[in-house]
Write a protein that binds this ligand. Structure first.
Ligand SMILES: [Zn+2]
Length: 245
């Protein structure tokens, strides 16, 4: 299909206007050919480089140890009441947050999801310091209580905590979609830029022509400005050798 479109474009440009191939028409062909390749390259580049943090649920909870050393966990956000069953007999109570650093890659569509292992962060502890709160969260039994709780309420978060290596999922349809979108965008953008460059070049040429004509009228060499009124019969400027008319 691409070839058909290209052929059609060429017919329009070459046959209706009887135009010859110039630097500009060659550039236009090169750009149409380069657009899909550049589109794939840019989609892959964004797939590797453009990163956004994935939207995620803030998962907060409390884990508490009672006098007998047993741990219990419950979900409770900031400002939410801590369940009485945990609060009552607790000797150590830690409020925690599940830290999920998932990232999305690719642009404009997200062509990959990277899920590193989740971690637990102590946000508040009673009655201990922040340092021992964090080490309290490392207690295997505390982690076990949290894991059991999450497995019931937020299976994905539980899975994230269990993970030890980052999980990478590539969305192939999005990657192909990105390449197509880049291709489409470049197919519009590159010829527009080329047209603009052509227009600017044309304006410069026009200005140069006018300037040369003005200088010739004044009897000056259009190239170096040497006064050639004295050398009326010579073909070339005696100073720089430019052809005069
Ligand atoms: Zn000259």
């Amino acid at each position: 299909m691409y070839r058909v479109i290209r052929k059609r474009l060429r017919q329009i440009r070459y046959h209706s206007a009887r135009q010859e191939r110039t630097v500009w028409t060659n550039l236009m062909d090169a750009m149409l050919f380069a657009a899909p390749l550049l589109g794939i390259a840019l989609a892959l580049l964004c797939h590797a480089m453009v990163e956004t943090s994935a939207p995620r649920l803030p998962i907060q909870g409390v884990v508490a140890r009672d006098a007998s050393g047993r741990w219990g966990a419950a979900l409770a956000g900031r400002g939410d009441p801590i369940p009485r069953s945990l609060d009552a007999g607790a000797v150590l109570l830690i409020e925690f947050e599940v830290v999920d650093e998932s990232r999305l890659l690719g642009w404009p569509l997200h062509s990959a999801v990277v899920n590193p292992p989740h971690s637990l962060e102590a946000t508040f502890a009673d009655p201990t310091s922040a340092a021992s709160a964090q080490s309290g969260l490392e207690d295997p039994e505390a982690r076990g209580a949290i894991a059991t709780l999450l497995a019931r309420k937020h299976p994905e978060a539980a899975e994230g905590l269990r993970r030890t290596t980052p999980e990478v999922r590539t969305r192939w349809y999005a990657l192909v979609g990105n390449a197509a979108l880049w291709w489409f965008g470049l197919t519009l953008l590159l010829p527009t830029l080329l047209l603009l460059a052509r227009f600017i070049a044309y304006r410069f040429e026009l200005a140069a022509d006018r300037r040369a004509a003005r200088m010739r009228r004044k009897g000056l060499c259009p190239s170096c400005g040497f006064d050639v009124r004295g050398s009326y019969y010579s073909e070339r400027c005696p100073e720089c050798g430019e052809l005069l008319e």
